[in-house]
Design a protein around this ligand. Structure first.
Ligand SMILES: [Zn+2]
Length: 257
């Protein structure tokens, strides 16, 4: 226990508060990331990482938000198609993705700008300041399992201000439910921050990209019933009806019939 929050719950929150960043569309600059796409047995879209049948690139929307986002992605996360750190880096124009290896952690000076105010989203941080954040706010997200995020925290805890976000609603990251990681995903942590900062348009756009990511992930693994349950409480049907219809009609798989 820490305070009045069970440690187990905190672990889940850490997992959901994963962070990272690299130049936008940085997958083109990460050789090992490219290998994960090329050498896996299942062919995957080089951009969204889903199997071609459930490629969601037709629904891609770049999000122009003034917030500078740095995603620290644990090396193991790079090979996980379900990663929302990569999703963030793909859609947020002002984001960078930084691979993180415990043996060779990134250097603070290479990530944190000299004139910026760095916030590291973390469940054990201080409450989010109520005052309007400075214009040069730089948010650092830790992307990895809760164990991996904990290791990353040891490195980055002195980089800036550890900030805890008000997370009151159940997470929607259904892709890792069965792994016991039911906390917020990295993308959801960013969603909460965008909302708290009043960046509502970016929040709404990222919400749709995140929901599309989760839905495609559920469908690509054949979890049709779970995907239907997810869609029933998602803004996707109202926001992207044509895209969903397209996804459902094209190249049907035998197991869906
Ligand atoms: Zn794709």
């Amino acid at each position: 226990m820490l305070g009045n929050v069970p440690a187990r719950r905190l672990d889940h929150l850490v997992d959901r508060c994963r962070i990272a960043s690299v130049a936008h569309h940085s997958s083109k600059t990460l050789p090992f990331m490219a290998r994960s796409v090329i050498f896996t047995q299942t062919p995957r879209c080089a951009r969204c990482s889903f199997v071609p049948r459930w490629c969601i690139c037709a629904g891609f929307q770049a999000i122009d938000c003034p917030l500078q986002i740095e995603v620290l992605m644990h090396r193991r996360e790079i090979h996980r198609p379900t990663s929302t750190g990569r999703l963030i880096n793909r859609v947020m124009l002002h984001s960078r993705l930084h691979p993180f290896a415990t043996e060779t952690p990134p250097n603070r000076d290479a990530i944190v700008a000299p004139d910026s105010t760095p916030w590291i989203l973390h469940p054990r941080g201080e409450s989010m300041p109520s005052t309007t954040p400075p214009a040069n706010l730089q948010v650092i997200l830790l992307d990895g399992s809760w164990r991996e995020a904990a290791r990353m925290t040891q490195t980055v805890s002195t980089w800036g201000r550890l900030v805890r976000l008000p997370m009151h609603t159940p997470g929607r990251y259904w892709l890792r439910k069965q792994q016991g990681e039911e906390g917020y995903s990295t993308a959801e942590a960013l969603l909460v921050l965008l909302g708290a900062l009043g960046l509502k348009a970016a929040e709404a756009q990222l919400r749709l990209q995140f929901e599309l990511h989760v839905y495609a992930g559920l469908r690509s693994r054949g979890a049709i019933n779970l995907a239907e349950d997810f869609l029933a409480t998602s803004p996707l049907p109202a926001a992207m009806p044509a895209l969903l219809e397209q996804l459902h009609q094209r190249r049907p798989e035998p197991r869906e019939t």
